[in-house]
Design a protein around this ligand. Structure first.
Ligand code: ADP
Ligand code: MG
Length: 627
């Protein structure tokens, strides 16, 4: 007879919980036991590096006995001595057990929460009791003379240990399955779980498949259930493009297998992890529907699959990449809540981000065409980082591409290119925001810059308005919206403007009164060369483009009145001023048309198109009748 010992209180409570409160996803017991087996082999393999006599044909085996309703998981790994068995899975409550219980007590719905927590707290072994009414563990420590140990428990407060005749090093865990869990005797079921959770375990997980021959006799042939393809652990130079393609399509689930760039990462030192990141060639259809889109990277810990969508591994603005991270430092299995709080993940995220951004920069430097292709697909998303990731803001600004007034439609340039072509007398980086190239291209506000030979960035993505709030500077030069704030005139220009203001007071007063509901101010500016007038935004006010974006999102925002700027040199200014001075009646129509026209040229809708058309007709008629 062996020795009967009682579990520590916490272990008893834990087992009680495992047995009585956990209903969902019992499948994970196999993942936990396979992971333990793989860990044990890792350790034995490490020992065998210095003691070659300990080397084996490393493998994990599953076996079922349908008559006795048992499932056995065995490995030829390191094994345990008796005291190790007691220490690891016996009386002594491991530190994780208590923490697990506390976490469980805090949960409302214990039945669904617990499976995620099991591995996290190093209590994976006990998950065997979710499916087994009795667990037998037979283990022999590798390289030790002590006899093998047998440990048996029904999970009800006590366990029994004894010696066992086993001579081969390794561990065998025999689960006497509960009547409700007999599906774990089926090969397809086990194969399915292994495929789902343990496919990339680096050792073969073997199942003896019973094959019925033509003459009705049976032969047993070993089948390996996992592909063992931990492609991310291999040397990047040895992975073929075909292998990348097939792995990428496995990761992406997009049906396509085309990726633009693969980024392998092998981080050593403080933070140990391997990663294989892919930049897709195209944004999939699902990408337009945020809900369908998978976010984050796959997370493995020691080749054991943890989760498909670990958002914490990648910042939101890189959500278009697909990939896998395999960490050696994280505890096995982690619940979503725990993932969010884990500082290790944040460190991995930082390292992955740095690497991806530097690879993108390399692509931009060495293969600009390829980079432009990338940017057309994902640039809108990448740019979000300028606003959200202050730490990498400078890198991201270098990676952003824009159309400009002087570039051809569809042609994209970097801020570095922009700065390089700035004439000496240009001090700031000019930009204009709007709906599309067509809309901003015709803006009268461009006239001055065109005449001066300055280029203007076209910010035509909805995201641009938003990121401009964080742009501040590039290459020590400020960004300046050409439709916002006061026009900065030089001495000579100032003189002209002052003179105009004095000369055309009647016109300014008239327009102020006539357009009182729409504009906050009327003034002269040097911004214009061809057009009679334009509308600009006061310092911090919302731009009309932004206003429309908010409206599109059903957000009520107060309408901001803008400033009407007049071109002092335009013949209309003088002519209209003369009419004002003469005290002519019915000039309001002119004011309306000027205002509506300013809206149209900047690409904004006019509030009352019918009234606009009517006003134009009247003016045409008036003109034609005179002749
Ligand atoms: P964890 O794996 O997080 O440490 P477990 O409850 O899964 O927690 O396992 C407890 C301990 O039992 C392991 O750390 C290991 O020392 C030991 N153990 C479990 N399974 C095996 C095995 N197949 N071979 C050797 N040791 C094992
Ligand atoms: Mg474990």
């Amino acid at each position: 007879m062996g020795k009967v010992q009682t579990f520590k209180t916490e272990v008893s409570q834990l087992l009680d919980l495992m047995i009585n409160s956990l209903y969902s996803n019992k499948d994970i017991f196999l993942r936990e036991l396979v992971a333990n087996a793989a860990d044990a082999i890792d350790k034995a393999r490490f020992e065998s590096l210095t003691k070659p006599e300990l080397a084996r044909d490393w493998q994990i085996r599953l076996a079922v006995d349908k008559e006795n309703k048992t499932l056995t998981i065995s490995d030829n790994g390191i094994g345990m001595t008796e005291s190790e068995v007691i220490e690891n899975i016996g009386t002594i409550a491991r530190s994780g057990t208590k923490a697990f219980m506390q976490e469980m007590a805090a949960r409302q719905d214990q039945s669904t929460a617990a499976p995620d927590l099991i591995g996290q707290f190093g209590v994976g072994f006990y998950s065997a009791f979710m499916v087994a009414e009795e667990v037998t563990l037979i283990t022999k420590k590798s390289g030790s003379d002590a006899p093998a140990v047998r440990w048996i428990s029904k999970g009800e407060g006590s366990f029994e240990t004894d010696t066992d005749p086993r001579t081969e090093p390794g561990t065998e865990i025999i689960l006497k399955l509960r009547p409700t869990c007999e599906n774990y005797l089926e090969e397809w079921k086990l194969s399915d779980i292994v495929h789902r959770y343990s496919d990339f375990i680096a050792y073969p997980i073997i199942f003896p498949h019973v094959k019925v021959n033509e003459d009705k006799t049976e032969t047993i042939e070993d089948r390996t259930l996992n592909s063992q393809k931990a492609i991310w652990l291999r040397k990047p130079s040895e992975i073929t493009e075909e292998e990348h393609k097939s792995f990428f399509s496995h990761l992406s689930n997009w049906g396509g297998s085309e990726y633009l760039q693969v980024i392998p990462i092998a981080a050593e030192g403080v933070q140990e992890f391997r990663a294989l990141i892919y930049i897709p060639e195209q944004a999939p259809f699902k990408f337009l529907m945020p809900d369908l889109q998978k976010k984050g990277l796959q997370l493995y810990v020691h080749r054991v699959f943890i989760t498909d969508e670990c958002k914490e591994l990648i910042p939101d603005y890189l959500r278009f990449v697909r990939g896998v991270v395999d960490s050696s430092d994280l505890p096995l299995n982690v619940s979503r809540e725990i993932l969010q709080e884990n500082p290790l993940l944040l460190k991995i995220q930082k390292a992955v981000t740095t690497k991806v951004l530097s690879e993108l920069q390399k692509m931009l430097d060495n293969d600009p065409e390829k980079y432009r292709k990338f940017f057309r697909e994902f640039g809108k998303i990448l740019k979000e980082g300028i606003h959200t990731d202050m730490q990498n803001g400078e890198k991201l600004k270098k990676l952003a591409l824009f159309e400009t007034m002087n570039s051809k439609p569809g042609e994209l340039i970097t801020l570095t290119d922009y700065v390089k072509t700035m004439p000496e007398n240009q001090k700031e980086i000019y930009y204009i925001t709007g709906e599309s190239r067509a809309a901003v291209e015709s803006s009268p506000a461009l006239e001055y810059y065109r005449a001066k030979g300055f280029d203007v960035l076209f910010m035509t993505d909805p995201i641009d308005e938003w990121i401009m709030q964080s742009m501040y500077q590039f290459d020590k030069k400020n960004f300046k919206s050409i439709i916002r704030g006061e026009f900065e005139a030089d001495e000579e220009e100032k003189k002209t403007l002052d003179e105009a203001a004095k000369k055309y007071t009647k016109l300014v007063d008239f327009l102020k009164k006539s357009l009182d509901g729409d504009v906050s101010e009327v003034r002269f500016s040097g911004r214009l060369t061809d057009s009679p007038c334009c509308l600009v935004i006061e310092g911090n006010a919302l731009s009309p483009h932004m206003e429309r974006l908010f409206k599109a999102m059903n957000q009520e925002i107060p309408r901001t009145k803008r400033i009407l700027e007049l071109n002092p040199a335009h013949p209309l200014t003088e002519a209209l001023n003369a009419r004002c001075e003469a005290g002519e009646e019915g000039l309001d129509r002119f004011a309306r048309v000027l205002y509506d026209q300013a809206l149209l040229t900047e690409g904004s809708p006019i509030p009352d198109p019918a009234a606009f058309a009517k006003n134009i007709t009247e003016l045409l008629l008036g003109h034609l009748k005179k002749d």
